[in-house]
Ligand binder design. Structure first.
Ligand code: PEP
Ligand code: MN
Length: 445
């Protein structure tokens, strides 16, 4: 894109971004980040685009998952490892059940900035700016904590770099070797799902033993010993994104160096807005959240703007309507895509349309609603002859109690036990596995 500049978003209307009051401090941080190495490389983003293109045709399936918001004070190696492990388990369940390769994308190593439903929050008559994620301000309800601080971008970069470093080590250093399929289980998941998983793992092990005995598996089979694991986040804080944007010398195209895939949120997808302007110029795969208010006309313009060359794998449409509403909204968007002859990858986010307040006052999501939205997504695609290309979950490997339901029938009263999210409620490991088995069933139906 020759006419595009990484700073052009600054001339467009921006929403959901902080007003930094200290322009000098902001400039210093931006200058510093601009000199730091990018976190990802253009070749990786292109490989991911090819894999997403396969998913758009039904030749692969996307599994995107991780925290709603990564948090500075919950940053541990075990936390990263456990989410990685659950995603490997889920990918194994989907691959084994549906016989398709799974494209694994974490909401990790950069998922820090959050859009909010209100710019301020009032407590006991005191009004302060809303918490917008650790990269912007702090959760504590004090004027100091809620003031946006540009230096937090440097801490976010450092945490993202360390997270990605560990993910790369796990992916290629032996940990993700399929022969270790048994060892990815987590201590506390001794649920029905976990035993179902162990059964499947045993069958996979048997197959691997057979392949080896029959001379079908060479010692150096790279595909069995490593995985490709990608990172993604909502590109909300455009000062951070611009500072990490790099020109790729191989292709002469720009790259968002902050993560392999970036997405545009449901609240920031104005066709003439700042976020669309930034995303259209970088070569990374782009996600676009599609909520109930997205009109066919806007979708048409957005597809032209974000994917003018109509490349498969470039644009992923992430549907998030809420259980019971998929049929009201998805068909017209599928039709818009079809009429435009557009290549897109359809992914279902069954989380963001299903957030409710529990009787005990917690923000939660009923597992039943999550599952129902996934089923409706598959049914609408099937009826329309369109391809359901993947799923997008807020989930963690930690044994949290944030979403109700699931085989353990977590109730409103249980939510307070281990409610740790800094933002939206996540599926825990056992709920995630349960969902993976159910999605695998849908895929083979
Ligand atoms: C999110 O993915 O955390 C999010 C805020 O989603 P949406 O933009 O779809 O509401
Ligand atoms: Mn969220």
């Amino acid at each position: 894109m020759t006419d595009w500049q990484k700073s052009a978003w600054r001339d467009k209307p921006r929403v959901q971004m902080p007003d930094y009051t200290d322009a000098e401090a902001l400039g210093t941080v931006e200058a510093q980040l601009s000199k730091y190495p990018p976190l990802v490389f253009a070749g990786e983003a292109r490989t991911l685009r090819n894999e997403l293109a396969a998913a758009s045709r039904g030749d692969a399936f996307v599994l995107q998952g991780g925290d709603c918001a990564e948090a500075f004070d919950q940053f541990t190696a075990d936390g990263i490892r456990d989410t990685f492990k659950v995603m490997l388990q889920m990918a194994m369940i989907l691959t084994y059940g549906a016989k398709v390769p799974v494209v694994k994308i974490g909401r990790m190593a950069g998922q820090f900035a959050k859009p909010r439903s209100a710019p301020t929050e009032v407590r006991d008559g005191v009004e302060l700016p809303s918490f917008r994620g650790d990269i912007i301000n702090e959760l504590d309800f004090t004027p100091e904590a809620r003031t946006p601080d540009p230096k937090k971008m440097l801490q976010a970069y450092t945490q993202a770099a360390a997270t990605l470093n560990l993910l790369r080590a796990f992916s290629t250093g032996g940990y993700a070797d399929v022969h270790k399929v048994h060892s990815w289980t987590l201590g506390f998941t001794d649920s029905q799902e976990a035993s179902k998983y162990r059964e499947m793992a045993s069958r996979i092990s048997d197959t691997l033993d057979f392949m080896k005995a029959a001379g079908l598996e060479s010692e150096t089979n790279h595909n069995l010993k490593t995985v490709d694991f990608y990172t993604s986040h909502e590109a909300l804080l455009l000062e951070y994104e611009e500072a990490l944007c790099r020109l790729d010398s191989t292709s002469g195209k720009w790259l968002a160096g902050s993560g392999h895939m970036i997405w545009i949120g449901d609240r920031t997808r104005q066709p003439d807005g700042a976020h669309v302007e930034f995303a259209r110029g970088v070569q990374n795969p782009i996600g676009l959240k599609c909520g109930p208010s997205l009109t066919p006309d806007d979708l048409k313009v957005l597809m032209e703007r974000l994917n003018p060359a109509n490349e498969a794998g470039r644009l992923t449409l992430i549907a998030r309507f809420g259980a019971g509403k998929v049929e009201d909204h998805l068909p017209r968007l599928i039709e818009t895509v079809r009429d435009a002859g557009a290549n897109v990858t359809w992914v279902c986010d069954p989380m963001h349309g299903n957030t409710i307040k529990s009787a005990t006052g917690y923000k939660t999501r009923p597992f039943e609603s999550v599952l129902r939205e996934v089923r409706e997504f598959f049914a609408v695609h099937r009826a329309a002859g369109s391809v359901p290309g993947g799923v997008h979950f807020e989930m963690t490997g930690q044994d949290v109690t944030e979403c109700t339901g699931g085989v353990y029938a977590l109730s409103d009263e249980n939510l307070s036990d281990r409610y740790h999210t800094a933002c939206d409620p996540r599926l825990n490991a056992s709920q995630s596995l349960e969902l993976a088995f159910l999605v695998a069933e849908e895929l083979t139906a």
